[in-house]
Design a protein. Structure first.
Length: 176
């Protein structure tokens, strides 16, 4: 099962439609009241996170179900910078860029990181070009902020893929 793809813009158009889609998906799948609430909360949190972190003018959102697992997808085109990329990857369960799995993907990611680095702060540019943000250490205080979010608490897994200015986020949740 795959829901319709809903476009939500920065003015909030489409937000209500996305929430209705989440409610209807839960109803169609016969989920318990608790699981239905989780579907709605994950949807709301993802869309809120997208507008705050990516700053994109619009995002595409849809829900897929396979077996007892739900995948909540969000895709956005944005102007990427090092700070935004680090924030997005910090919200991923693995803290790794899912779009940089292959050798060429890691190489591309390393070059993108170097291009995003502040030229006035050369110490921000990694000496090892093959390094990527997946190895970037995040302070405990910074990570605790993400850990407290509703999305991180509800999700079984959060995957973030960044390629250029394209951000893809998938939240996986097993429903009862």
């Amino acid at each position: 099962m795959k829901s319709d793809v809903i476009v939500v813009n920065s003015q909030g158009n489409g937000f209500t439609t996305a929430l209705e889609t989440a409610k209807n998906t839960a109803k169609y799948e016969g989920l318990s009241k608790k699981s239905s609430l989780h579907v709605q909360l994950i949807t709301e949190e993802m869309l809120s996170l997208a507008s705050i972190v990516t700053g994109a003018d619009s995002v595409s959102f849809w829900i897929e179900k396979e077996g007892d697992k739900f995948a909540f997808h969000l895709s956005a085109k944005t102007v990427m910078n090092q700070e935004k990329k680090a924030e997005l990857l910090a919200s991923a369960t693995s803290r790794k860029n899912e779009a940089a799995k292959s050798f060429l993907g890691k190489l591309r990611d390393a070059f993108e990181n170097a291009m995003l680095a502040d030229p006035d702060h050369s110490e921000d540019i990694p000496e090892d070009v093959m390094g990527d943000l997946a190895n970037h250490e995040i302070s405990d205080t910074e990570y605790d902020g993400y850990e407290r979010s509703v999305l991180c608490r509800l999700a079984d897994e959060i995957k973030v893929g960044i390629r250029g200015g394209m951000v893809d986020m998938t939240v996986l949740k097993k429903m009862e």
